[in-house]
Ligand binder design. Structure first.
Ligand SMILES: N[C@@H](CCC(=O)N[C@@H](CS)C(=O)NCC(=O)O)C(=O)O
Length: 227
């Protein structure tokens, strides 16, 4: 398998592309080294005809399987890698564990990660002419993210990690989202916006339980801010 993905050289900006970073963190937790071919999103390499023919969904990360077919979408890719490399198990060892972890992976993605990326696409100059852009819609999505983080904060009041007090791929997905949504303000600053306060989030000083959970993830040997 060959993975196609993207990483900005500046770690602060690397956090903005949360899906590629989630996959890098997942691989680090699995202690796996799989070749990653760089796709330069800023140069729109993903939109080139040969890339679109291979990956019509156009997003990264994606992977070319040994049989030549493409797997696209971070969650399906993580699930595939877990199936190929069972140890250490990050999704689960029983059908029930896997079902529960997958449902929390999906919730973290839907409520935080995908919204964070949507906000970025609504605002970033690199998506001009590619995605519809609207700061008002971004602002509304941002409030949805804020509500989702408050929801996760309440849930995490009495658990160590998202599922069964055991670190799992669901935590990998959520931390990628939590890191990303706190960097959205860079996007606005880069575009010369002066009033960036509307997009500022400070998890550590806002949501006690979410912050304590994040600190537990940050303390894991495989986690590195510069991932
Ligand atoms: N649903 C996809 C979304 C991935 C995504 O939006 N990736 C961004 C980078 S973080 C991307 O490839 N953007 C390029 C584009 O949309 O043209 C997933 O789960 O992987």
């Amino acid at each position: 398998m060959e993975i196609f993905s993207y990483k900005h050289e500046d770690p602060a900006w690397a956090r903005v592309a949360s899906y590629p970073r989630i996959l890098r963190y997942f691989l680090a937790e699995k202690q796996l080294t799989i070749p990653i071919r760089h796709v330069d999103l800023l140069a729109h390499e993903n939109l080139r005809p040969e890339m679109l023919a291979f990956n019509p969904a156009r997003t990264v990360p994606c992977a070319k399987l040994d049989d030549g077919r493409v797997v696209t979408g971070t969650l399906p890719l993580i699930e595939y890698i877990e199936e190929c490399h069972a140890d250490p198990p990050l999704i689960g060892t029983t059908p029930e564990q896997r079902a529960v972890v997958r449902s929390w992976m999906r919730l973290a993605d839907e409520k935080v990660v995908s919204r964070g990326i949507r906000i970025y696409k609504l605002l970033a100059s690199s998506y001009e002419g590619i995605e519809s852009q609207d700061p008002a819609v971004a602002r509304w999505q941002f409030e949805e993210v804020r509500a989702a983080l408050a929801w996760f904060d309440t849930l995490l009041a009495d658990r160590m990690f998202l599922v069964d007090d055991r670190f799992s791929a669901a935590d990998v997905v959520l931390i990628g989202g939590v890191d990303q949504v706190q960097t959205l303000v860079f996007t606005l600053l880069a575009r010369g916006h002066e009033n960036t306060d509307a997009f500022r989030l400070d998890v550590a000083n806002t949501w006690r339980h979410l912050a304590a959970w994040a600190a537990r993830v940050y303390a894991r040997p495989a986690y590195r801010p510069e991932l």
